[in-house]
Structure formats: C-alpha cells, structure tokens
Design a protein around this ligand. Sequence first.
Ligand SMILES: [Zn+2]
Length: 458
Amino acid sequence: MFTNKKSYMSKIIYALTGVLFIWTSAAFGQSLEKRIAIVEEMVSKVSVANIIEMHDKIVSFETRNFYSDMESDTRGRGAAQRWMLGKFEEFSKAGGGRLQFYFDNYDQPPTNRSAEKYRELGEETHLLVNVVAILPGRTDNVRYIVNGHYDSRGSNGTDGKVTAPGANDDASGTIVMMELARVLSQYEFDHTLMFVADDGEEQGLLGAHHMAQTAIDEGWEIGGVFADDIVGGVLGGNGKYDGSAIRVFSPGPMDSESRQWARYAKFVGEAYSPNLLINLVFRLDRFGRGGDHRAFIERGFPGARFTELNENFAHQHGDNNDLIEFTNREYMAKVARLQVAILAYAGNSPRKVTNVNVSRDRNDYGTFIRWNHETEETDIAGYKIYIRKTDSGYWQEVVDVGAMEEITITSRNRRTGRETTWTGYRTKLFNRSIDDYVFGIVAYDRDGYVGIAVAAVR
Ligand SMILES: [Zn+2]
C-alpha cells in the first residue's frame, strides 16, 4: 500500500518535471541542433584569464577617442591600434600564420559633425584606422564578420584629451572579438572569417561605413555581420542584475536576411551555451542609438547587434565613467563562447538555398515546399525544414528530410495549354496548413553544420 502510494507520487513528480521542461523550452527557446564535438572543443578554449588580461590592457590606454594621441605608447588610440595589431600577429603565429592582419587606413573627409573639429585641428582629413584580422576560408569565399568598435568618447565626443577608458563601450565588444580571433584562428573553416576593431563609431559609424563601402566596391559576398557593442555589463541602471542572456537586435521584416542571421545565432549558439541565452529584439537598434551593424545593413548585407540585457547609461559616454569595475569579464567570456559556436557554424555552413516556394496540396491540405540549391559543395548531406507559427519569432520545430535528389516537374496550364517545367528539390509536409506556419529551409553537411534558413514568404 505504502509502496504503491510512493510510486504514484513519483509519477506525479515525473509528470510535473515534464511539464516544467516543456514550459522552459517554450519560454527560452530550444536548442534544436545537436552539438558537434570539434565546436565544443573550440568553445572550451575561451579563456576568462585571457579576456581579463586583454581587457585590462586596452583600458589602460585611458582613451581611444578618434582625436586622441597617435604617438604615445601608453595613452591614446595609436597605442591601442599597435597593441591590437601585435595581438593579431601573436594569434597568427600560434595558428601557423594563416590569420592575416593589417591596418585598414583611410583619410576620412570632414562630416557635418566633424567639420568644426577639423578646422580647430587645421586638418583637411583625419586618419581613420580599422584594425583587421582575416582568416581565409578553405573553399568558399563567403565572409562572416564580427566587429567591435575600439574608439571611445567622453561627454564631449570630439574631446581627444579627456580620459575615456570605454571599458564597456566598447572595449568589451572589441576584446570579445579579439578572443574569437584568438580561438578560431587555430582552426580552419570553409568560409572566411573577419575580425575587425572599428574606428570612429562614436563619430558616426565612420570605420564601419568605410569597411561596408569597401565590401561593395570590392564585391565581397557577406553571409552575416555582428557588431559586439556594450557586451560587458550585468548590472543595469534600472537595478536589474542579470547575466543569463544577451540581446541581439536585427531589423525586419520578419523574414529579412538580417533577422534570419539573428535567428541562426540563437539557434546554433544556444546549443553550446546553456548559461547564456539570446533574446532576439526585432528592431535595428535601441531607441535613439546606433551601431556598426547599421553601416552594413544599409548597404544590403545581413547584420545584427549584440548588447547586454540591461545597460547603465551612467557608465557610458561620460568623462572617466566607463570603468572596468562596472563590467563583468565572466559575462564577456560567456558571450565569447556563444559566438565561437555561431562563427564556427557560419564558417562551415552550407550555402543558403534559393527560390523557396510553398504551395497547398488541395487533395489533403498538406503543404508542398520546393527550393533550389546552387552550390559547388560536395559534402551536402541533406535538408531540414524549420517551422514556426506565424506569430512566433523563433523557429519552433525541425523536420529533417534527409538527402534529396533534384526532380523535374512539367505542368500544363489548363487555360492556355502552355507547359512549364521546374527543376529543384521538393518535399511535402502532411497535416501542416500552408496558412498557419512559416517554413524555412536549410542545407546541412556531413559534419552536421547547418546553413542559414531561407523562408518562404509568399
Ligand atoms: Zn558603442
């Protein structure tokens, strides 16, 4: 009798645990991708000690303002630039020299914002210096770019003299980016990864605009850009203490390339990051604020921005008020681990499919999904369908349709009698009404890396 009662109780406990689990999944998203061992290894290489050492160092230059000193080895932007390039060189040596690094110099003409400052300095142009590392891909030439802006500012944005350590805005993003460069440059990827310390963000996204324009002029194929900007704090000015998630901003519409890039980050990143989740924010940026992802998005590239959950404006854009003591380097390491996984996947991801189209099967109300996939890749193992309800921002289910053969379908227009042929991939979901769900298609390769979803939007 007693035993029976006990087992009955334990059944109730199991049942409750089950309910709790489902609730957790629904509330915080779910890792629908399986982990890949080599990516787990990469994630494990992120070092808090290394982040602390680099973060302390870059903040020690006291200011990295666009108008700060270029000559000193201990204070100002010149010292920071040379130190960052030296670190990239160090990472490159450790990885057998594959990581390339350079100063992306540019004579920045005056803008409305800077014209007066240029006159004061007696300058026609001002030297802009992005510090860049690039890990060339093995096969494909799609680029994935992560940037942090290393420039800082005090209460007056053009004051190059005042102490403006910018520990959070944006030494945090710059150092996370450098830690990614350190870890990922020890591995090889199909695609090209770029690690960029942007200059002049606080002066109107100058460094990012220069790089995004270079991308246009040189015809780069960019798969996605991340701006890491203010990713170092866990205690907000609103009093909230929370290091359990990070926000990722992306512009709409709901199935824009930028939004799919943000969803990709959540989808693959969270599989490796149980203690740092992604809160997608369906906006280009915070109200009244800007970031370097914008320069790329404006030119048609997919972009998103990472920013801590709760900002503290008392420790931004002031004189000597953005200090290390208001940052949390454990949190920065969690951001780096999350992004190592995202970039490892992006770096090895199969190319996106194209021409995704859905149609109704009038016989049984199921849904046909068809697409094309033009790629030279020889290791494609199959396709998956991501599914979400129309009012959900997140992919909620995955259907693995496995390896597929291209088919050709000839159809005749009943009215005109004209025949049309279509060649591509096609599958069918039974019991799924075309009206009630959004369907996204991804390819995956033999190692398990998935591509970025392309949704049928009509
Ligand atoms: Zn910033």
